[in-house]
Design a protein around this ligand. Structure first.
Ligand SMILES: [Zn+2]
Length: 305
């Protein structure tokens, strides 16, 4: 299959419909780290299994990384143990609620904090709540024009059925009920899990063993990006910035963002899994993210991602 030119798309990404041509090939992904209890357990599980994963991290979600030595040590550990660090934004706010300036901060601010820890700029990105990528809307081109300058967007091709690990909290059996048969099947894809839940950390040894028993080849997300675009995530981003038509517009947007990123308030902390607020962030973020359109079909974007 011929590789796709990243300029031909609104954004380069692995969407929910991505299907690898490689059989029994899985890229593990864990979101929302660091967390004081369960990120280390998740890392322990992966080390015990001898597997690498991609962690889509925040710098001000479960922990405020800039002010927390424990959080900093956890991020350094993720990197030092050979996992890939992707961006999940600073504050874990749905990007379509935010101004273009604030979106630039949500990516650039995370990059700055990671750089202060000696961690390279992520070239993979997972949008909080999946929006506005998992279901495109009028905001998608605007959000994507900023995001694609930074990283390749990575959604997920399996997120639990019927219950996401996020919603299982500490219930190991709940996670197994949702994920085990998928790992046993040896199906290729990108499972969505979280590095901040005791249920996930508790279920992971069994899930990974099941995948191994099924003959799964565990790879990095980079492997799938390479398959789709014929180049690494870093090369895709470089290509976007140097070659694609609106690169000039996006660069101008970035420079204006740098001048006004002081509007970054405390943002929203904690997980978005509150069932009483399924529509997403409840307006705590600067720039006034208003109520989001909940009430639709129960898609994964309405729970955490
Ligand atoms: Zn998330």
């Amino acid at each position: 299959m011929a590789a796709i030119d990243p300029c031909s798309e609104v954004y380069p990404g692995l969407n929910a419909d991505f299907q690898s041509t490689q059989s029994k090939t899985v890229a593990l992904t864990f979101d929302d780290a660091p967390d004081p209890q369960n990120t280390a357990r998740t890392l322990d599980d992966l080390a015990a299994a001898g597997l690498k994963a991609t962690f889509f991290v925040n710098t001000n979600n479960q922990m405020n990384v800039a002010n927390d030595a424990t959080a900093q040590a956890l991020l350094k550990r993720i990197a030092s143990e050979g996992h890939t660090i992707g961006s999940h934004t600073v504050d874990h706010i749905a990007l379509d609620d935010l101004s273009t300036t604030r979106i630039e901060y949500e990516l650039g601010g995370l990059e700055t904090t990671l750089a202060s820890l000696g961690i390279a700029t992520p070239k993979l990105f997972r949008p909080p709540h999946g929006t506005p990528f998992i279901r495109a809307d009028a905001d998608t081109p605007r959000v994507a024009s900023v995001v694609r300058r930074h990283a390749v967007t990575v959604l997920w091709t399996f997120g639990g059925n019927p219950t996401l690990d996020w919603d299982c909290d500490a219930n190991v059996q709940c996670v197994l009920n949702s994920y085990l048969s998928w790992f046993q099947s040896g199906t290729s894809g990108i499972p969505l899990m979280h590095a901040v839940k005791a249920g996930t950390a508790g279920a992971l040894p069994q899930l990974l063993a099941a995948g191994k028993a099924a003959g799964v080849n565990f790879v990095s997300v980079d492997n799938f990006v390479q398959e789709r675009y014929g180049m690494s995530p870093a090369a895709v981003v470089s290509h976007i910035n140097s070659t694609c038509p609106d690169a000039g517009w996006a660069a101008a947007s970035a420079s204006s963002a740098a001048a006004s990123s002081g509007n970054s308030g405390p943002g929203r902390r904690g997980g978005p899994g509150d069932p009483s607020n399924p529509g997403g962030p409840g307006g705590a973020g600067p720039g006034g993210p208003g109520p989001r359109g909940g009430g639709g079909p129960v898609l994964l974007e309405l729970t955490d991602a």
